[in-house]
Design a protein around this ligand. Structure first.
Ligand SMILES: [Zn+2]
Length: 339
């Protein structure tokens, strides 16, 4: 039995010294010390020994076990160090290698134009505000002087949630919300998404963007409106840009006008873009209707104001000479990379 133990010890130590990996080392441990291991088998046979032999063999078996365990630890440390060295060598970082090229995105052309427009109006003291996209019928129509049976309601093919709620068809309800919230002087710019039940084509989309502006204070006149929009057009399209106001009708402003700018392409001589007219329409505007002011609790004898609204898509299409609005939404990287 002593001989057997000696053999187990010798074999085990040899295997340990020859082992080349931590997995191999673990196999050795299981083979000798595990439940079904060789040393365990010997210990199980001890019950057949005489009373004199048992403590002697027992002590020896324990010594063999301890030796194997110690050697396993020593070898494990050594192997770990070797492996670590190897890993460090293999995974060395060559700092002189050129860096991997990162694909950086950039802002969408619509966002670029929106930021520019915001900057122009912030420069004139406007505050940027937002409102909900799911809007009350009251804010979208009624409070804007468009009662239930008004024909203007027909012109806008609205997405209704139920009788009282809808997806806003314009950013104008933000004006009402702000007039209810703050007392004049008010000077706000409200950009946002709006929705209409339109078929998709080169100039229409069921989701598009508007930018709304509103100024309410004492002694605000049409001259202030013209001045503000003239400055805006020059800032956006260049110092030589001229503006033209054409009378128009909106339910929530009186008087109302549509604003044209001299063609950004030909400067007014007439070209394909302006269809030969030399002018391009960019927005609608007017003096806030006294009824709208009154509905928001603002005394229309003391205060007056102007409002304007434009389509962000239209401004972006003009600026970049894009002919089809769908390109703005398709997220084709080949298209977007050009901006
Ligand atoms: Zn032109």
């Amino acid at each position: 039995m002593k001989e057997k133990l000696q053999n187990i010890k010798d074999q085990a130590l040899t295997s340990i010294n020859e082992s080349a990996s931590l997995n191999e080392l673990n196999d050795i441990r299981v083979n000798y010390l595990g439940k079904k291991g060789e040393l365990t088998a010997v210990l199980r046979g001890m019950k057949d020994l005489s009373n004199e032999e048992r403590p002697v063999v027992g002590q020896m078996a324990n010594e063999v076990r301890e030796t194997i365990e110690q050697e396993l630890e020593v070898r494990k440390d050594k192997l770990s160090k070797v492996l670590r060295q190897k890993q460090l060598k293999e995974e060395k970082i060559d700092v002189t290698l050129p860096a991997k090229k990162m694909d950086m995105g950039h802002r969408h052309p619509m966002n670029i134009v929106l930021e520019d427009i915001k900057k122009i109006f912030i420069g004139m003291g406007y505050e940027i505000v937002e409102g909900p996209e799911v809007e009350k019928d009251y804010y979208n129509f009624e409070a804007l002087n468009i009662p239930a049976n008004h024909p203007a309601k027909d012109e806008q093919d609205t997405f209704y949630i139920n009788d009282d709620f809808l997806l806003r068809t314009q950013t104008s309800p933000v004006q009402i919300r702000e007039m209810e919230k703050q007392k004049p002087p008010i000077r706000i710019l409200a950009p946002g998404r709006v929705f209409r039940s339109d078929e998709v084509d080169a100039t229409h989309s069921p989701v598009f963007h508007q930018i709304e502006g509103l100024v309410v204070d004492k002694n605000i006149t049409m001259a202030d409106l013209k001045g503000a929009l003239a400055v805006f057009a020059k800032e956006l399209y260049g110092e030589k840009t001229r503006v033209k106001f054409r009378p128009h009708h909106f339910p929530f402003t009186e008087p109302s006008a549509e604003v044209d700018v001299s063609c950004v392409m030909c400067g007014g001589d007439g070209c394909r873009m302006c269809k030969g007219s030399g002018w391009i329409e960019i927005l609608g505007c007017g003096m806030v209707h006294p009824k709208v002011l009154e509905m928001c609790g603002i005394d229309s004898k003391e205060y007056s104001g102007f409002a304007f609204g434009m389509g962000l898509e239209r401004i972006a299409l003009l600026r970049y000479e894009i002919e089809d609005m769908r390109l703005l939404y398709e997220n084709d990287v080949r298209f977007l990379k050009q901006f």
